[in-house]
Design a protein around this ligand. Structure first.
Ligand code: G
Ligand code: G
Ligand code: NA
Length: 248
């Protein structure tokens, strides 16, 4: 299709932009890192989000190439960050199916001068269902290099609790649907509490995403989430915008 051809051209023309959304420590309020999010600035259609872009790449059999591009660009854009800041990258099933993904990531990190310990990989359940054993092995190789591995969108989707013990995870990232009604619906608070207790028993740290209000921020902090991310703190922004955000 035209879109598939456009995407292949976009990789060469540098139309794939990476934006970064800051993450904050719930205890101190300090910025502790940012999540890299990819967007396609299509010359005529305008902005295409990561989900649609990845689906097009998958159809065109270019997902590996797109992922490598995003990982390299995302890490390079973080090369001048202060050393205490972490960078989160999103990982798909196609990435985990790629034999040399760990090398690609490690090479990109070393070129950007970013220690593996500063990298968090956010994996969605969708990324795992394909072949759980193989995904677990691939993630172990990345964990062995020192990267953090977080299960993304936790609490949405099918939520297979087996993943929690089968995978070399360091944390959970709560889906924003779990945060949305905190403060209004006491049942959501009960669910949050239960999940944080379970995570703590498993030695997993919990990140809350989609935090939009001060009340939500206060609750996730009080309930033991170590980091939060959301429009209350900052929207996703370009590397340049992030530099001035950090400078303020
Ligand atoms: O920012 P946006 O609304 O487009 O993000 C939608 C979803 O797409 C997010 O939940 C995120 O997990 C995913 N996503 C964003 N950027 C990337 C990326 O670079 N790679 C992958 N695999 N997923 C991404
Ligand atoms: O699941 P993941 O963390 O990859 O999702 C990131 C996506 O969530 C991005 O598209 C980002 O724009 C969006 N997002 C980030 N913070 C908020 C928020 O506070 N509210 C809403 N509605 N979306 C958010
Ligand atoms: Na994510």
């Amino acid at each position: 299709s035209q879109l598939e051809a456009d995407l292949i051209a976009a990789l060469g023309r540098d139309e794939i932009a990476i934006v970064y959304q800051p993450q904050f420590c719930t205890k101190t309020g300090a910025m502790v890192g940012a999540e890299a999010l990819a967007r396609w600035e299509h010359p005529t259609l305008g902005r295409i989000g990561a989900g649609a872009m990845l689906a097009i790449a998958e159809r065109a059999d270019h997902i590996g190439q797109l992922s490598r591009h995003i990982v390299r660009k995302g890490l390079l854009g973080a090369r001048d960050w202060p050393l205490h800041l972490n960078i989160s990258l999103n990982v798909t099933s196609a990435d985990l199916a790629t034999r040399d993904f760990a090398e690609v990531l490690a090479d990109a990190a070393s070129q950007a001068g970013i220690a593996p310990e500063r990298i968090t990989l956010e994996i969605t359940e969708q990324a795992l269902v394909i072949e759980l054993d193989r995904s677990a092995q691939r993630l172990q190789a990345l964990a062995d290099r020192g990267m953090q591995i977080v299960l993304d969108d936790f609490g949405a989707g099918f939520c297979n609790f087996r993943y929690l013990t089968m995978l070399p995870l360091t944390g959970l990232k709560l889906d924003r649907s779990m945060i949305e009604n905190l403060g209004e619906d006491s049942r959501d608070l009960a669910v949050l509490r239960g999940i944080v207790a379970m995570a703590q028993a498993l030695d997993l740290s919990v990140v809350a995403e989609g935090v939009e209000t001060e009340s939500q921020r206060a609750i996730v902090g009080a309930e033991g989430c170590v980091k939060w991310q959301g429009f209350l703190g900052a929207r996703p922004m370009s590397a340049d915008e992030l530099a001035s955000f950090m400078g303020d």
